[in-house]
Design a protein around this ligand. Structure first.
Ligand SMILES: [Zn+2]
Length: 388
């Protein structure tokens, strides 16, 4: 039996498609042909890869192509937002076997929300004809500052009852799976980067919804910072503003320009708006007050982003979240804010775009995160132990 340490590098290359025959694996890993063959045999024996078809060969026997066995593990995703949740089931190759979208209220007892989420996931498994026993990774996205290493939300303003609650503990009793918990915007950034901009080294993803957050891709990798709080731009102070924020402070970007704040401003003006989505649909229908509100918010977001653009010099800013559909008002406001303040060199190659994945950005990123973990040394060790 080969160890995960020896097998993981080969499995990752097969999954990426960067080396899919024994000869190619030997070339890229600089291992001998016999070592590669032994390792590939171990991967085949464990049902982690499948051999199929033939690859063009330079003389001699045609080589067999290897690919990841999509059936070797199931991945569950619960992307929990403040007012909506999206669920997905995928195989190890990342193909979605089912998904659903539901309204919800995140500000309740965590065990209650997770029990409901688990019910939704089991329904998807059932519909896809799959078994909970085959689940090997679960990813939960939360609209909160998340300590990634422990899967814990810390002092989350939108969901105070979750403070310190360890989400992986809930699933550990129910599945033979690793549970990863991340900030929802981090997952969206990862999804958009993998699906739409895999070649870009530096990208910022801005979520404009109930709250405002930012996911940061630096040198091709998600940057979480020392404790997982990187990108929490919603609580940066907007000069001259003193609106009270849920975090306990005043004048935060989110308290001035978040979807919830905009909804309260419009309610005070006599419009029926309770959520960010209500604001979006009013503005989409051409309501003048709602459009003015979004334009003013976009300007504030742009000014905060201008500072971040000067600091991080990204090559793209991708805007997602429930307000991103208002790309004419929102993006032009954000562009204006950035162009007014960021330095010319920092803007030279900057693109500002709407998310191409839309509501799916978080689940796509979560599946990528789970795949990376399952194919890593640590994840593979877990898969091998269960198979034994
Ligand atoms: Zn705040």
């Amino acid at each position: 039996m080969k160890s995960a340490e020896a097998l993981s590098p080969l499995l990752q290359r097969i999954a990426q498609g960067s080396a899919t025959t024994r000869a190619e694996l030997a070339r890229v890993t600089r291992l001998s042909r016999s070592s590669v063959s032994q390792r590939v045999d171990a991967l085949l024996d464990n049902g982690l890869v499948i051999e199929e078809g033939t690859a063009p060969s330079s003389g001699g026997r045609p080589a067999l192509r290897l690919r990841i066995n999509a059936e070797a593990a199931l991945i569950l995703v619960a992307d929990l937002g403040a007012t909506r949740a999206r669920f997905a089931v995928s195989d190890l190759a990342g193909a979605e076997l089912g998904s659903s979208d539901q309204g919800q209220d995140i500000d309740q007892e965590p065990a209650k929300v997770l029990a409901w989420a688990d019910g939704q996931l089991r329904m998807l498994l059932d519909r896809a004809g799959r078994q909970p026993a085959d689940v090997r990774a679960i990813v939960v996205g939360l609209p909160a500052p998340v300590q990634f290493a422990t899967g814990t939300a810390i002092k989350p303003p939108l969901m105070p009852r979750w403070d310190g609650y360890r989400v992986p503990g809930y699933f550990a009793e129910r599945y033979a799976a690793v549970t990863l918990v991340d900030n929802d915007v981090n997952l969206m950034a990862l999804g958009e980067h993998r699906a739409t901009y895999p070649g870009l080294e530096h990208l910022l993803f801005i979520k404009a919804g109930t709250g405002i957050g930012c996911g940061i891709i630096v040198s091709g990798h998600l940057h979480r910072g020392a404790d997982g709080a990187a990108g929490d731009v919603g609580h940066i102070h907007v000069p001259g503003c003193d609106a009270p924020c849920r975090c306990g402070n005043t004048g935060c970007l989110e308290a001035v320009a978040g979807g919830q704040a905009m909804a309260s401003h419009l309610t005070a003006k006599g419009l029926a708006a309770a959520t960010a989505r209500d604001v979006a649909s009013l503005a989409t229908r051409g309501d003048t007050l709602a459009r003015q509100e979004v334009r003013a918010a976009a300007q504030h977001i742009g000014e905060v982003l201008a500072a971040i653009v000067s600091f991080a010099n990204p090559s793209a800013i991708v805007v997602g979240g429930s307000l991103a559909q208002l790309d004419d008002v929102l993006l032009s406001g954000i562009r204006a804010g950035i162009h007014a303040r960021a330095l010319p060199l920092a803007q030279r190659s900057l693109r500002i775009e709407t998310s191409t994945l839309g509501e799916r950005a978080g689940t796509v990123g979560a599946i990528a995160l789970a795949q990376d973990r399952l194919l890593s040394e640590e994840g593979l060790d877990h898969l091998l132990r269960i198979r034994r």
